[in-house]
Design a protein around this ligand. Structure first.
Ligand SMILES: C[S@@+](CC[C@H](N)C(=O)[O-])C[C@H]1O[C@@H](n2cnc3c(N)ncnc32)[C@H](O)[C@@H]1O
Length: 468
């Protein structure tokens, strides 16, 4: 490490900026944001600097730089872009022992300016010591995306409990644990999602409870999307990084789980179409038990939790037990597979409506209304239909859908193993058998499926079965 990162308090102190262009304006803005008074030395000002020069805390000296200007300032910026002047500013600052930064000239600078992510009071600075500012900016962009927008609110929220926590939790180890829970547990998630009143009540309740240090957990029902980790929401990715426990399904792959905290507990509760290794009651009980232990639980489901994912049943059960639930949507298979196969689900000429339907009938024999769904100018996306493809197609034809209606069969949509098979309603069952299509797959049925891009670059196996 060639430079020491420090956060310098500039309130009630003054900063000298030499130069009147855009780069000088950026330094003035930064110094004002940090609470400093600014002396600006420049015989000419650009529009931004001229605007800033009117601010109350800026004193503009309308002339060339003189060595004596440096005296009495906390730090000095040389931002003229004129080599001789910048060198003179640096030399004067060094002689008078005032720290100096000359814009774009690390060799003349005592300190460099980091790329800043500002979630005040949380501030992150990224520095390459002035060597490669573009790299610092690229790293900043990644951190910007990873840090929640309301992080500053969380800091202020935590700060407001500081003295109460110190008074109530006297043991230092217990206090550290309590703080960890507040800043990275369910309470933190409540603050970050805007539910500050609930978070406030939870901390108060926990502080007043006999077993001080306990904050009851939240369960986040999180959509993991179709399997490609690039298709997770930012919130899903962030929750994975902060979860204590991740309860996940069969369709959630290692690529997505790889984003989780290394030490998080992972519990697989996958269901095969014909086998239920962990019953729904057991899953519900597990979620309740972990949340009541104060853990931050992510219930990770393929696609969207509220589309054929039993998310509604789990949410109802948890709420009935008094546990906070947050639902984080995910990209459902229909949308992902449509995009992956280049099929628009609606189209002004071909489809004015779209229906997502399950092909998996219920144990009690309940079925979707196939008669109502067999209509033209309509797109039908069938989930979980592989085992009954021929039967579903036959029902649609009986109710009037043309057997030449195009179908795109998308298996493992968005994953490297994606396959797209083109068929028609009349050949659907045979196409599934012939090409050995297995779960997970969706059928996109309707005129729009005619445009299925079976030559998409990601597709590993391209099969065009009997086209109508
Ligand atoms: C139990 S449902 C869950 C659906 C999920 N909640 C969603 O919103 O996508 C499982 C079915 O979703 C479909 N599916 C999920 N991921 C898929 C993918 N990557 N490619 C194709 N179909 C997928 C398949 O029809 C699979 O049988």
């Amino acid at each position: 490490m060639d430079q020491l990162p420090i956060w310098l308090s500039l309130r009630e102190r003054s900063v000298l900026v030499v130069g009147g262009g855009e780069k000088a304006a950026a330094k003035i803005r930064m110094a004002l944001a940090a609470g400093a008074a600014v002396t600006l030395v420049a015989p000419r000002l650009g529009p931004e600097a001229a605007e800033l020069a009117r601010a109350q805390r800026v004193r503009h000296l309308d002339r060339e730089f003189a060595d004596a200007d440096v005296s009495g300032h906390a730090i000095v910026y040389g931002a003229t872009g004129v080599e001789a002047v910048d060198q003179a500013v640096a030399a004067a600052a060094r002689t008078q022992r005032v720290l100096v930064n000359v814009v774009d000239r690390p060799a003349l600078s005592d300190f460099s300016m980091p790329a800043i992510i500002d979630r005040s009071p949380v501030v992150v600075g990224v520095s390459t010591g002035g060597a490669v500012p573009a790299l610092a900016a690229a790293v900043r962009a990644r951190i910007e995306a990873a840090l929640p927008a309301r992080l500053g609110r969380l800091a202020a929220f935590a700060e407001s409990f500081r003295s109460a926590i110190r008074a109530k939790v006297t043991d230092s180890t217990a206090r550290l644990r309590f703080w960890q829970r507040v800043v990275s547990g369910p309470v933190a998630e409540q603050v970050l999602s805007g539910a500050e009143a609930r978070a406030h009540a939870a901390v108060l309740q926990s502080l007043n409870a006999a077993g001080v240090g306990h904050v009851s957990g939240t369960v986040h029902l999180v959509g993991a999307g179709p399997g490609n980790p690039e298709l997770l929401t930012l919130r899903a990715a962030r929750l994975l990084q902060s979860a204590d426990v991740i309860v996940y399904d069969r369709l959630v792959g290692e690529d997505v789980l790889g984003l989780a905290r290394r030490d998080a507990e992972r519990i697989f509760v996958g269901k095969e179409p014909t086998r239920h290794p962990v019953s729904q009651d057991e899953i519900n009980a597990l979620l309740v038990e972990r949340a009541c232990a104060g853990l931050n639980v992510v219930r990770l489901k393929g696609g969207d939790p509220f589309i054929f994912g039993r998310g509604g049943e789990e949410a109802d059960h948890l709420r009935a037990q008094g546990i906070d639930v947050e639902v984080v949507p995910g990209i459902t298979a229909a949308l992902a597979c449509a995009a992956a196969s280049g099929v628009p689900l609606t189209h002004r000429d071909h489809a004015m409506e779209v229906t997502f339907v399950t092909g998996h009938g219920r144990e009690d024999g309940a079925e979707p209304d196939w008669a109502g769904l067999a209509r033209s100018r309509h797109t039908l996306v069938v989930y979980m239909g592989v085992g009954r493809a021929g039967e579903i197609a036959a029902k649609l034809v009986v109710h009037g859908l043309g057997s030449s209606t195009p179908v795109a069969i998308v298996h493992n949509g968005t994953l490297p193993t994606q396959r797209i098979v083109a068929a028609t309603v009349g050949t659907l069952g045979d196409a599934i058998a012939e090409h050995g299509v297995t779960n997970p797959a969706v059928f996109i049925i309707g005129e729009v499926a005619r445009s299925a891009q079976t030559d998409a670059p990601r597709v590993k196996t391209l099969v065009r079965a009997v086209a109508g």
